[in-house]
Structures are given as C-alpha cells and as structure tokens.
Design a protein around this ligand. Structure first.
Ligand code: F6R
Length: 629
C-alpha cells in the first residue's frame, strides 16, 4: 500500500526522504517520488522543541515565494529507478515529501506517481487513500480552466490548493480549504514553494509525526523515520498540522489548536533491519520465540491459573463473541473462536469484508477485530458496522495507536514488534496466543481451572518449543524434494484446520504456486479429482484422538492416488507410516501443537519460495497493509 514520508529541518531533505522510502518499501508499491523545496522563508515557529503550542503561520501565512521552485522527481517501478533519476543531481533543500504509490486510479506510470503538483509549481502533494468525490471536484476544476496531468484522484488536491492561493489564501488556509472539500480516506502532506513547513491532514488513513533533534518528520508509518527519531505523535482523523523544523501546530476540524502527547516507541532501527537473515520473513519466523515471550510477559499467573490483561478489566464476560478479520488474521480468528467455544462462550469468526456488508445481528456480542496492522480497511469497516449497531468492540493488534486500536472500545496488543515481510508470520503466532489469553481472561468457565493452569503452562513452554522446531526442522530438505510440482494441498482437522488454511495461504503468496488448504475430511468431496502423483499433500496430524485417526484415513486416500505425503506430526497417530516425508513436532500440550505445526509450514513456504527465487519479502501484487476495501 502507499507510503508517505515528509521532512522539514536542518538536514538534507532528499537523503532523509530516500531513507524513509526505503523503510516503507515493505508496504508494497509500484512507483515512487519525492518533491523538495528550498523553503527559504520561515513561518513563525515558537522555537520550542515540542509538538503543539500556539505556533501557526503568520498573518500572511509566511508565503513569499522566492521563486526557488519545488523540485519534483518521480518514477514508475522500484525505488532504484527514482534513485537513478536523481543520481546526476539530487534536489537540494530542507523541506520535502516522498511517496511510494500502489495504484488505485490509473496505471503505475511516471505521470501517475506522486508527488503531484498543480499548474503553477507553487505546491506539491502526496496522498494515501481514496478521494471518493474526485470526479466531481475534477469536473469543476476543469470547467474552471485547469488542466490535469495524471489519471489520479490525488491531483485534484494541488489544484484545489492553487485555486485557494489564487483567491488570496495563505498556505495553511489554502490547504485546509482544499482538505475540507474532500470526501473519502486520506493522509495528505503538501509542500509549498519557498515555505519552510509541511502541511498535513488525515482522515481514515494513518499519519504520524516524528519529533527529531534536527527536524520534524511526517509519515504513514513509524519505521519511515525510526532511523532519526523514536519520538512519535499520532494524528487523529479530521486533524490538520503545520509542521516546522522546530515544532508543529495541530488543529482539529474546527480549526482549534489541539495539544498532542509525544510517545516514545521502543522499536529501534535494528528491529527493522534484517539482522543477517537473507529475508525479513526468515528473520521474523526466527523471532517468534522472542515475540511470544514479549506477548506473554507479565500477563500469565500460572500458579492460580489466571491471566492479567488490565486492558480488558472493564470488559464484562461476553455472552457471545464475533471475531472479524482478513487473510492470515482470519485464520488466527478461527483459532480464537474455537477456543472461546471450548471455554463455553459461543463464538464465530467472520471474514471482515463479508461482515461489513452483511452484518449479522450483534445483540450483546463482543466484536473482536483481529488485525496486525490495525489499518486493514475491511476489518475497520466490519468493526464500524458492529459499533453502529451498538456492539462493544475490541482490537487485537500489533500497532499501538493504529486506527483499530483507537476506534475500538478496548485494545489488546500482541507485542510482536514490527513485521516488515508482507507475509504475516510472527504476528499470526502472537495473535493466536493473545486470543488464547483473552479466552482465559474473559470466558468465565476458563479461568482458574486445572485445565486452564495446564494451558497456561503450555503457553509458558511455547517459546522454547518453537525454538526447538526452528532448530531441528527438516523443512529445507522437504522444500528441495517437492519444489516445482503442479499444486499443493494442505489438510488438517479440528484445531489443525486453520493451520492447513494458513499453511496454504503462506505457501501460495510467496511461492506463486497453486496451493489450497482444506478440512481433512473435505478433500474427498471434490478436490480429490485433482490429486495426482504431482500434487504433494501436506497433512497436519497431531495427537491420537478420533480426529487424528480420521485424518490418517484421509492421508491413506491420497496416498492410494499416488500423491506424495508430507506429514507434519508429533508422531502419536502413526501417520508417518503413510508419509514420504515427516516434519516432526515435539511432544507438547494439544493447545500449542497447531502453532508448532504452523512454524514448520512457514519454513516450507519460505524454502520453496527461496528455491524459486521469489520476491519473498514483497510478493507481487500484495501489500503489507491493505487500506482500501
Ligand atoms: C498474509 C497476510 C494478509 C493479512 C491480511 C490482514 O500473509 O499478511 O493476509 O493477514 O491482509 O492484515 P491485518 O492483520 O493487518 O489486518
């Protein structure tokens, strides 16, 4: 998805912007650009190194263009295309904006890349989100004699700003007047010719400020400026901000100045680097033991079998639970729903995109949005649909201050740390564990029992067991043996069904090979027709109960059709006898075995994709944070 960076200060804006764009690459993009201005004219800062206060622009809005111009460079394709375009002469200046675009209006071309300038060169703009009324605005602007260069919805913004400037407005007024005409979702940052400030607004699309020692940053995502500062200010929907090198003035929709708190994030640059791994995804798979320890830290009291989650102290035990989520998070939600049901609380997982348009009766259900980014448009829409029907909402998310966290009544953080690889790995594991803790805490019958103590002890042991799987996994050899087949089927029954779905999703998204996940009993109801000796079947079989034994029967069915079988198993059901390869799981409590199996499947997907030379951290067509419905 699109990424925004902006900088104003004493540093070299081009260098800061390119560094930020590099950090934002993981969001997925198809073009990139920057706009840098000399910004020679001061606008009245109060000189205090704090966000807010009564700074603001001077009576004339500080506009007194020196004609230095705004240097806009943009290119379709990878960031290296943009870097090549500025090699022979980088824009110089102390204020600028940058953008990585993921097309929504018009194809990925140089022309459609951001930033967009209007006609006079007095302003340039970057934008994330979708301006829903852009056609009407564009028509009016064209009728007024304005000429458009691109196919984007974004381009209406610089034209609206220029129109207001032409009417005599100062930059802040012109910016606010333009923004007030927009409908839809947006994070927008503008730079003006000759003005030493950035102007930004957010509505339904994330935007944060970074408070640095030698300047201020604006970005769609904290990692964009982590190299420069860990001090962050989260903007709310409807707010606009004038950002100077030494301060910022935030205003609400009515134009009143809003005091904002500065938060220090505990992520460091090292956290967003690869730390010696070939890919972020592999690093993040290996970070799971640490992420799980962080997730559990201070939350579990094994002795009395209770969970401490002060975040939900005000949440009564729910009579019913709806979980809404997308993709991998939906698979975590399936696990969470099953756990609630096992604890006696009726619960169901819903695909958020469906829930948003066909919202079931919510009654007094607790509606839990499971979203690592906290910005997924479908999940936010589902949560809003639930809220509008009076439901209490709870976000289970990785991103503090994300839209989901702020919009829901309550939020539980999964504490997985930043996840850069587009394919979710450690966040899935931490989501499942966080949901398990929620069940123990909220589902009345779960708390304090012997069974609860056993499950909590299993969670305590989980980081070490995941480490054991990582250390001993034969996934690389399995990947080597089965790379390049016609298709891959993943099967699992009961608690292993979501694992089969997640294993297939991970596999297809990074290998680009066809893969499908099934409830083990379902394969024979049609898909068995596709099973041949060229379609490996990956079967997750744990324990030795009736479900496990039935899955062994399903394995025999595919084996009889000549399909190679890879068993992911703790060995208790004897499935290895019918398998060509085994990915072994350590002896563990049944509640954590599915997560151990999932670790094996993450590694299989990674090694096959690596063997095929795929773009593992940024798979084609995919984005880390999907902020359109
Ligand atoms: C797959 C993946 C996606 C996300 C989905 C929801 O590896 O990452 O399927 O799980 O887009 O994203 P969040 O959790 O941010 O709401």
């Amino acid at each position: 998805m699109c990424g925004i960076v902006g900088y104003v200060g004493d540093g070299d804006a081009t260098r800061v912007l390119l560094s930020g764009l590099n950090q934002l690459e993981y969001r997925g993009y198809d073009s990139a650009g920057i706009a840098v201005s000399d910004g020679e004219d001061e606008i009245c800062g109060d000189g205090e190194d704090e966000v807010c206060g009564d700074g603001g622009v001077d009576a004339n809005g500080g506009v007194s263009s020196d004609g230095a111009g705004i240097d806009v460079r943009k290119r379709a394709g990878e960031l290296e295309n943009l870097e090549a375009a500025i090699e022979s002469g980088a824009p110089t200046g102390s204020v600028g904006i940058g953008h990585t675009r993921w097309s929504t209006h018009g194809p990925p071309t140089d022309r459609n890349a951001h930033p967009h300038a209007g006609e006079t060169g007095a302003v340039a703009v970057v934008h994330n989100g979708i301006i829903e009324n852009y056609r009407a605005l564009k028509e009016a602007l064209v009728d007024a004699g304005r000429t458009f260069e691109s196919d984007t919805d974004t381009e209406v913004v610089p034209h609206l700003i220029e129109q207001a400037l032409a009417d005599g407005a100062d930059p802040e007024t012109a910016f606010r007047r333009a923004v007030s005409q927009l409908e839809g979702s947006y994070a927008i940052v503008a730079v003006f010719e000759g003005v030493d400030a950035l102007f930004a607004a957010r509505n339904d699309s994330p935007l944060v400020l970074g408070v640095g020692d030698d300047g201020y940053h604006v970005a769609s995502d904290v990692p964009a400026f982590l190299e420069f500062t860990e001090r962050v200010v989260y903007l709310e929907d409807g707010e606009t901000v004038v950002v100077r090198g030494d301060g910022a003035t935030v205003r609400n929709g009515d134009g009143d100045v809003v005091e904002k708190a500065v938060t220090t994030v505990d992520w460091d640059v090292e956290d967003t680097g690869k730390s010696g791994y070939d890919h972020y995804m592999l690093k993040e798979i290996h970070e799971q033991p640490t992420a799980l320890r962080q997730c559990l830290s201070g939350r579990v009291n094994e002795l009395d079998g209770t969970v401490e989650l002060p975040e939900v102290d005000g949440v009564p035990a729910p009579s019913t639970v709806h979980l809404v989520a997308c993709g991998t998070s939906y698979h975590a939600a399936l696990v969470g729903a099953a756990r609630f049901r096992e604890a006696g609380t009726p619960a169901q997982a819903f695909l958020a995109s469906e829930y948003a348009v066909r919202t079931p009766p919510v009654g007094d259900a607790l509606v839990i949005g499971v979203t690592q980014s906290g910005e997924t448009a479908d999940t936010l829409a589902a949560l809003r649909a639930a809220r509008s029907r009076g439901a209490r909402t709870l976000a289970v998310t990785n991103v503090v201050g994300s839209s989901a966290a702020r919009e829901c009544d309550d939020a539980v953080y999964i504490r997985a740390g930043p996840e850069i690889g587009v394919a979710a790995t450690k966040t899935f594991t931490s989501q499942v564990v966080s949901l398990s803790l929620l069940v123990e805490r909220l589902a009345g019958s779960a708390t304090g029992s012997e069974a609860s103590r056993e499950r909590l002890a299993a969670l305590r042991d989980l980081p070490g067991l995941v480490q054991q799987v990582l250390d001993e996994s034969a996934a690389a050899a399995v990947a080597e043996a089965y790379v390049g087949r016609d298709g891959y089927f993943f099967i699992g029954r009961g608690p292993n069904h979501p694992v089969a779905l997640e294993g297939a999703l991970k596999f297809k998204e990074i290998t680009y090979e066809h893969a499908e996940g099934f409830a083990a009993g379902e394969l024979k109801h049609g898909t068995l027709a596709l099973v041949t000796e060229r379609t490996p079947v990956i079967a997750v079989v744990t324990g030795d109960d009736a479900a496990a034994r039935k899955t062994v029967s399903n394995v025999k069915e595919v084996e009889a059709r000549g399909a190679p079988v890879i068993a992911v198993t703790d060995g208790r059901a004897g499935v290895a006898e019918y398998a060509d390869h085994t990915l072994a799981l350590p002896d563990a409590h049944p509640s954590v075995l599915p997560l151990l199996a999932n670790t094996q499947l993450q590694l299989v997907a990674y090694h096959v994709a690596n063997r095929l030379g795929r773009s593992i951290d940024k798979p084609r067509n995919l984005a880390k944070s999907v902020t359109v419905e």
